[in-house]
Structures are given as C-alpha cells and as structure tokens.
Design a protein around this ligand. Structure first.
Ligand SMILES: C[S@@+](CC[C@H](N)C(=O)[O-])C[C@H]1O[C@@H](n2cnc3c(N)ncnc32)[C@H](O)[C@@H]1O
Length: 300
C-alpha cells in the first residue's frame, strides 16, 4: 500500500513536471510564434503611398526619399506650384495661432522652416512689455530638409547673436523625441498626410502638449464644389508633375504630392480623428474653397 502510494506519488510528480516542461516549451514556442506572426502581420500590413499600395514599413522610406530628393528645390517648387498662394495660407495659419510671447512652439514636419520663420516674425512685430522669452523647436524626419532650413535661418537673420535660438531636431512625428507636456503649441503644416499612421501623430501631439496647449494643422484638403474640383484635378494632375520635371528635374515626387492630397481624409473625418486623440474644441476652417484647411484643437 505504502509502496503503491509512493509509486503513484512519483508518477504524479513526474507527470506534473513533464507537463510543466511541456507547458514551458509550448508557451515559449507560442510566444515566439506570436511575435513572428505579429512581425509578419506588421510587415504584411498595407497602406497607400499616393495611389500605390505599399507595405507599411516601406512607406516611411519612400516618403523620406521624396523629401531627400526635393529638399534643394522645395521652396522654389512651392512658389511655382501654388502660384505663391502657399505664402498666404501660411500667413493666415500663423495669424490663427496668434502666438504670444512666452510660447513654446513645436513645429513638426517643419522642413525648411516656413512656419517657424513666420512665427518668429509675428512675435517680432508684437509688443513684449514683460520681456517674456519664447521658444521654437523645428522637428522633421529628414535631415536634408532641416539643413536647408538652417541655411535659410542664417540667411534671413534668425540667428543666436540676434536673440533667436531655433532648436532643429531630427525626429519622427509618430514617435517624438520630447517629454510629455513640453510645449504650449504644436503646429504641423503640409506634413501629416505624409505619415504612415495619422492617429499616432495625433496621439504624440497630445502627449507633448501641456494642458491648455494648442494643436494647429495646415493641410491640403478636399474641395466641395464639383466644377472647381474638375479644374483643380486638371491643374494638379496635368501641370504639377510637368512643372516638377521642368523646374526640379523630377516627375515622381510631384506625382506623389498630388496623389497624397487626394488620399488624405476629408475635413470632417480628420476633425473626428483629432477629437479621438483627446483634443477638445476642435474645429476647422477652409481656405481657398477647401484646397487647404486649418484644423485646430486644444488639450484641455
Ligand atoms: C511638404 S513638407 C512641409 C514642410 C513645411 N512644414 C512647410 O510647410 O513648408 C513635408 C515635411 O514632412 C516631413 N515628414 C514626412 N514624414 C515625417 C514624419 N514621419 N515625421 C516628421 N516629419 C516628416 C518631410 O521630411 C517634409 O519636410
């Protein structure tokens, strides 16, 4: 009896430890199978790059190549393609931001500095009786665009010796290299339609803004007039890539530009996405019949 109890006990223990060993092998296999499956899923997930369907992990590389290629001719092409109107849109954008002295601005996808220089200029022309210090950080994923921006800052006199200390930071809008609650304002102009996950960009904007901070986005949007849309389509699909070829010697980046505009969510859908990220008092304003729109929100 005692012997059979002992044998049963040993069998039970052996069985248990065997089962455990099997379980531990199975669970590690399962977890590695899970991460392999997840990686496969990540790699196989698709998105759009203009009208092309590409793997998600390819899009960022392709967008990077676009701006790497156009950095040198970016500002000239902006003037040519928009007939100079982008300047007016950007001026209105900064007026809507209406920065006050003491603002800490993060300009994401800031590229060659157009928004940043307008922000500094706005403050320069605003009284500062309390002598408050303002800041601006330009963040962009592309060093080539930032290098053009730095050279422009020197040329335009936005330099440290004149009291302007712009921080230029290479970084991804989807994973910003800044601490929580660091800025009082966040701008992104003509940048958000280029990212792979718009919702990640919005979540990051929310994270780095201080409570009370302002989110402001300027982006190409959708016209709501069919006749104007027809003219706009003809102009953008038939003229812009040709201009790119003639002025910058490149066709593809400008074909992507036009296509990426058509793929971006409509005004109301984008507004909903901004609200889903946690922003409040979200609204938008169409400029030039909705060719572009300014979306605004607050972290409250
Ligand atoms: C059309 S330019 C806009 C530049 C500038 N904001 C302006 O209005 O002139 C788009 C910029 O977005 C940047 N960009 C694209 N994807 C990005 C990302 N994931 N994170 C940060 N910047 C990004 C590009 O490098 C490029 O400089």
């Amino acid at each position: 009896m005692a012997l059979s109890k002992c044998i049963n006990f040993r069998l039970a223990r052996t069985g248990k430890s065997f089962a455990n060993r099997r379980f531990s092998v199975t669970s590690s296999q399962r977890s590695s199978a899970y991460s392999e499956k997840k990686n496969d899923e990540d790699e196989s997930r698709e998105t759009h790059f203009g009208y092309q369907t590409v793997k998600e992990n390819e899009k960022a590389k392709k967008v990077h190549a676009v701006f790497e290629n156009v950095a040198g001719s970016y500002d000239v092409m902006n003037d040519a393609m928009s007939l100079g109107i982008h300047r007016v849109w950007k001026d209105i954008f900064i007026q809507r931001l209406g920065p006050t002295h003491g603002t800490k601005l993060l300009d994401v996808a800031g590229g060659t500095g157009d928004i940043t220089f307008r922000y500094l200029n706005y403050l320069k022309n605003t009284r500062n009786p309390k002598n408050l210090q303002s800041h601006v950080t330009v963040c962009d994923i592309n060093e080539a665009m930032l290098d053009v921006g730095k050279a422009r800052a020197e040329k335009q006199g936005w330099t440290v010796d004149k009291g302007y200390d712009i921080a230029w930071k290479q970084g991804d809008a989807e994973k910003l290299p800044f601490a929580n609650d660091s800025f009082t304002a966040y701008t992104i102009a003509f940048g958000i339609r280029n990212v792979t996950h718009v919702e990640n960009v919005l979540a990051e904007a929310y994270r780095v803004l201080q409570p009370g901070g302002r989110f402001l986005c300027l982006e190409f949007s959708q016209l709501n007039n069919e006749a104007l849309q027809w003219i706009y389509d003809k102009y953008s699909f038939q003229m812009i890539p040709v201009m790119g070829m003639l002025i910058a010697g490149q066709w593809e980046p400008y074909q992507y530009l036009v296509e990426s505009i058509r793929k971006f969510p409509r005004q109301d859908d984008f507004k909903n996405m901004i609200e889903d990220a946690g922003f409040r008092q979200v609204n938008y304003e169409n400029l030039t019949f909705g060719i572009v729109a300014i979306h605004s929100g607050f972290k409250l």
